[in-house]
Design a protein around this ligand. Sequence first.
Ligand code: HEC
Length: 557
Amino acid sequence: MMRILLCILVCFAASLATICVASAADSPDQYRLGERMYRDGLLSDGTALKGYVRGDLEADGTIFSCSNCHTRSGLGSVEGQVTSPQINGASLFKPRYLFKDQIKNTVSKSKGVIRKAPALRPAYTEETLAAVLRGGIDPTGRELAPVMPRYNLNDKDMRIMVEYLQNLSAVFSPGVTDTSLTFATIVTDDVSPEDRQAMLASLETLVTINQQTKTQRKQPQFAKMFRMLDTAFFRNISINTWELKGDPATWNAQLDAYYQKEPVFAILGGISNKPWQPIHDYCESRQIPCLFPITDLPVISNTGWYTYYASKGYFQEGETAARFLNSSIRDNAGKKVLQIVRSTPQGEALASGFASAWNENEAGRGTLATINLGKDQKLDTPALQQLLLQHTPDSVVIWSGDDTISALAGMPSQSNLPQIFVSSRYVGKTFAAIPERMRDKLFITYPFRLPEDEKKFKGYNEFLTLGKLKQPDKKRIATRTFSMIHIFLQGMKELKLDYYRDTLLDVIGMRPDQYLPDFERYSFGPGQRYASKGCYIVQLDQSQTPQLIKRSDWVLF
Ligand code: HEC
């Protein structure tokens, strides 16, 4: 496995790039206006930027912004047949060649005489750039492909746009020097020492591998062969641990103090049992990528850009239960569903996922009643019986913790039970206590691969030994951290020499589906921020140590 990893590193083909460092934008306000135009398609007066495709077909910039095609970092994208080129200042204001790599653009005419291949187009000037944006004609007189819209920008907005492009991805993001790449990870003080160790030890392998290549790259043979190779592994990686203590309301200030002390390029992993919100907000405001933190309480948002989550956590389990109910019960109309929710972040996240998916199917759904339990109010058998008598539901959804199974197990055998839904993560591993007679009534949301399927990833465990873990990885902390490292390394490979945070997020968004342990599938898409989108509904079989039986597909609609 180590060899494979090294191989991955060695295969990082990178090219030489000349970085043209533009001066920072004249005024931050101007820059913000440009950013809004580029990303959201809004002009300086707040109205929508209008583009024209194929002569007169109007394209609304708020739907089709520059960043949709050219990516947020301006480093371009390939979507099917359409290649949207790099349009950051460093590429527009210098001649464009066929290859980004200078060596490839240098052809040997005859022995000893080296000349450059002709440029595809000369460097843009402010005037020629305005002309290509308005009329679609580039400085060589070539008409751009019709997919690139033409924009009627007035002089003021054109100046803002040109200036924005000049400064876009012009200087490397913080945390990068010629010889080093600095990252951080985050641990909050509610995390147990074992869990903390599982995450940190796994993350440490990244540094270990990086140090191993340090010796290799000094070997003359290696250095000669890969003299152009300059990726993540040709800089020294260090990962600082940011420990967050006390009230989450103080985390922002703690994070800022760490960052001021030593800026980092990105946050790798991280772990907390508390809601991730304050860290998410910090990363958005500072524009720091945060890759796959270990949290079951992520922020659910369509607009967040900087944090990549493995899944929506509890919210996703709640969604799945509602979709299953919506789709599995025909004639759902008129059926009664009772939802019992403990007032904890877990219970509330499950309920909010349930509510969002329940409302998706207006036609088929029944009536929903919700009962809230206090944070420390125990759900026991008499309380449950009382609620069932009172509401006579056809299905009951219980979002409570480890009291759930004993409350259920205590139900008298003659009682006529409705369908029951619980969260495997929230109730914990106490399923064996469920009496056999009750198992066909119990539906469990299970957000991971099923155990028999997980066996396919046996080889992956070799990674774990790299992490020098003393204990087996019962909580999937090490495996999830290794999945993060895997995706991060792919991102760094695609980054080539472009050490811009937005580029890292852009290129991860363009990765194909990944087959890794824990989650059935990690899938990506531009701007999508939850990689694993599914969850199973399972039931227990009748054996002594109950096995899980799949009752749904991974993804339900
Ligand atoms: C629908 C996708 C799309 C959108 C939206 C879009 N572009 Fe383009 N753009 C392209 C494609 C494709 C090309 C390459 C066309 C060609 O070379 O024939 C291109 C080319 C360009 C070029 C010429 C690059 C060069 O090296 O000559 C510039 C400059 C440019 N776009 C800027 C912008 C700006 C600024 C916006 C937003 C105001 C924008 N584009 C919006 C797809 C798009």
